[in-house]
Design a protein around this ligand. Structure first.
Ligand code: ZN
Length: 181
């Protein structure tokens, strides 16, 4: 089922997600609905807060494109991205690299807003999968960026919080309009 996507201005986007201690049928259904909603909106990631739920659950699907490449390593070995997409991450914990890089980001909760955001160039991810299995990988490129953007959502942090002051001034009119809606 395609769920309505919460837009900027809704207080749920500022809520820290609750840890998921038991993977129930309801959680499995929510994850399936979030994937359907993300694909329908042509997004590469969606967090539970964006469908109105304050839970530590996010879904991600990035394709390896020349324009926006990604890499994924499991136990140090490079793995084919397509075999591991989509990702469903429960209670993700990140270890961020010190080296950072700028990259363009948008967000399904901020229609028509994009900006360059500094993020760690690589990230180590530890999470739980939908079957309760441990999920561990290292990512670079767009995948690293998507994981950081979505994990921020799970902690009530939005990409506007990480924009430069100049970028935020540039979109302030759009933000005000979104908040009024
Ligand atoms: Zn977002």
């Amino acid at each position: 089922m395609i769920l309505p996507i919460v837009r900027y201005g809704d207080p749920v986007l500022r809520k820290k997600g609750k840890l998921i201690t038991k993977i129930t049928d309801e959680i499995r259904q929510l994850a399936a609905d979030m994937l359907e909603t993300m694909y329908d909106a042509n997004g590469v990631g969606l967090a539970a807060q964006q469908v109105g739920r304050d839970l530590q659950l996010t879904v991600i699907d990035v394709q390896d494109s020349e324009e926006r490449p990604s890499s994924m390593r499991i136990r140090g070995e490079l793995v084919p991205l397509a075999e591991h997409m989509p990702l469903i991450l429960i209670n993700p914990q990140l270890e961020l690299s010190k080296d950072t890089e700028p990259g363009t980001e948008g967000c399904l909760s901020f229609p028509d807003v994009t900006a360059s955001i500094m993020r760690s160039a690589s990230v180590n991810v530890k999470a739980t999968g939908l079957e309760g299995e441990p999920v561990e990988f290292e990512a670079t490129g767009l995948l690293a960026r998507a994981v950081q953007h979505e994990t921020d959502h799970l902690n009530g942090i939005l990409f506007i919080d990480r924009m430069s002051r100049a970028a935020r001034v540039g979109i302030s009119g759009k933000l005000k309009r979104l908040q009024r809606q």
